[in-house]
Ligand binder design. Structure first.
Ligand SMILES: Nc1ncnc2c1ncn2[C@@H]1O[C@H](COP(=O)(O)OP(=O)(O)OP(=O)(O)O)[C@@H](O)[C@H]1O
Ligand SMILES: N[C@@H](CCO)C(=O)O
Length: 360
């Protein structure tokens, strides 16, 4: 879908700036790809922009540049050079100040053989560039695609890799909290409250109060923590191989990562990977596969076992809130199709009222 008014204003800017016609055409082409499907982030990257960027790396010459339609946070392009296949991400929201945590964490993990996109290093030693006035990074392209209907095998592979990732990142030196953690929930709840029905409002207030109280307990303090992905939904894990014999390609999209309780990270996954889509109820076979596989690599602690039900609710609350926020307070021209908030309202309700699968 093309937003004609925006395209017209971009063309006007290009004409005023006396941009050569070829660059203009490239920009329009990128714009059309980018605006296809759900994505409305608008950073047109021309082939000339990519060539200029590549001059700061030892990644060979540009072969092709192709906009990626999926995703609602950043502008992504597949970037093929004479030396390999990469992904170029232009950051629409994250700042130069916030980015080193994510980029250096991916670098740290890739060095430790965790399958994550490896940020490429510029000739000046840094791994963050500037593109169209925004921060940008080039990372390796991972094999595979995401799985809509994970089986127990997908769950086990994702879980074991997450456990290895938690252990590998334990001593990572940059500290940055989960920026979508409790403080953000407290700040955001009053912003979305006016859009809620009375029942929704009660559910939100009760859940938030529960999390605020729990965060003050000794049990919460005892939970193991460290760098965590914090958004490891199915669409952020790539699988190659077949549906019957999946081979994990890697974890992507670290841009909500932060230092948090590891059990929260696991709850985010289980709430997305191991549920019935219509009801939000847990599917025991999938949840058990996830938790067993994680436990094999990093055994759960007693504090985590006790915290599990409340952490499942925390993870549901986090995404209900962010989806409510994105739905009711959308960022100008950036998102055409925010995710459905009612899904996580159902998940949260289910975690309050229905049976859960306990940690092994
Ligand atoms: N390193 C990578 N290797 C292979 N494919 C990738 C990589 N990074 C991104 N992609 C592809 O680009 C798509 C969008 O990427 P991503 O999910 O990071 O976008 P986003 O806008 O940051 O996401 P979201 O809306 O989920 O927050 C992915 O679904 C995947 O197909
Ligand atoms: N995983 C989030 C989107 C942000 O990455 C959600 O489904 O709400």
């Amino acid at each position: 879908m093309i937003i004609w008014s925006e395209l017209a204003s971009i063309l006007a800017v290009c004409v005023n700036a006396q941009v050569p016609p070829s660059t203009l055409l490239e920009s329009v082409y990128s714009y059309k790809i980018i605006c296809n499907a759900n994505m409305a982030v608008f950073t047109p990257v021309s082939q000339q922009d990519a060539r200029t960027l590549l001059a700061d790396y030892q990644l060979g010459e540009l072969v092709s540049l192709e906009g990626i339609a999926a995703g609602i946070e950043n502008t992504n392009h597949f970037l093929t050079t004479t030396k390999g296949e990469f992904v170029l991400t232009t950051f629409e929201v994250l700042t130069f100040k916030q980015l080193p945590f994510y980029i250096e964490l991916m670098h740290y993990l890739a060095q430790r053989k965790i399958p994550v996109p490896e940020p490429q290093t510029r000739d000046d030693g840094s791994r963050i560039s500037t593109l169209c006035g925004k921060p940008a990074a080039i990372v390796t392209k991972l094999p595979g695609s995401y799985t809509v209907d994970p089986t127990a095998k997908h769950c086990a592979a994702g879980a074991a890799t997450l456990a290895y990732m938690h252990l590998a990142a334990k001593d990572f030196s940059i500290q940055q909290p989960n920026l979508r953690g409790l403080d953000w929930w407290i700040k955001t709840a009053p912003i979305v409250q006016p859009f809620l029905t009375k029942d929704q409002s009660i559910l939100l207030s009760v859940s938030l109060a529960e999390q605020q109280a729990y965060a003050k307990t000794a049990q919460y303090s005892a939970l193991p923590e460290g760098p965590a992905h914090c958004d490891l939904f199915r669409d952020n894990v790539l699988f190659a191989g077949s549906q019957a014999e999946p081979v994990l390609g890697g974890f992507i999209d670290f841009y909500f990562a932060g230092c948090d309780k590891w059990i929260f990270d696991i709850a985010v996954c289980v709430n997305d990977w191991c549920i019935e889509r219509q009801t939000g109820l847990l599917i025991p076979k999938l949840a058990e596969a996830w938790l067993e596989a994680y436990n094999q690599v990093r055994p759960f602690t007693d504090a985590e076992r006790k915290a599990w039900p409340v952490m499942l609710r925390a993870a549901a609350l986090r995404f209900w809130l962010s989806r409510l926020y994105d739905f009711h307070v959308p960022r100008a021209a950036e998102m055409l199709k925010p995710h459905d908030p009612t899904h996580f309202e159902r998940v949260l309700f289910a975690r309050m009222n229905d049976a859960i699968v306990n940690l092994p």
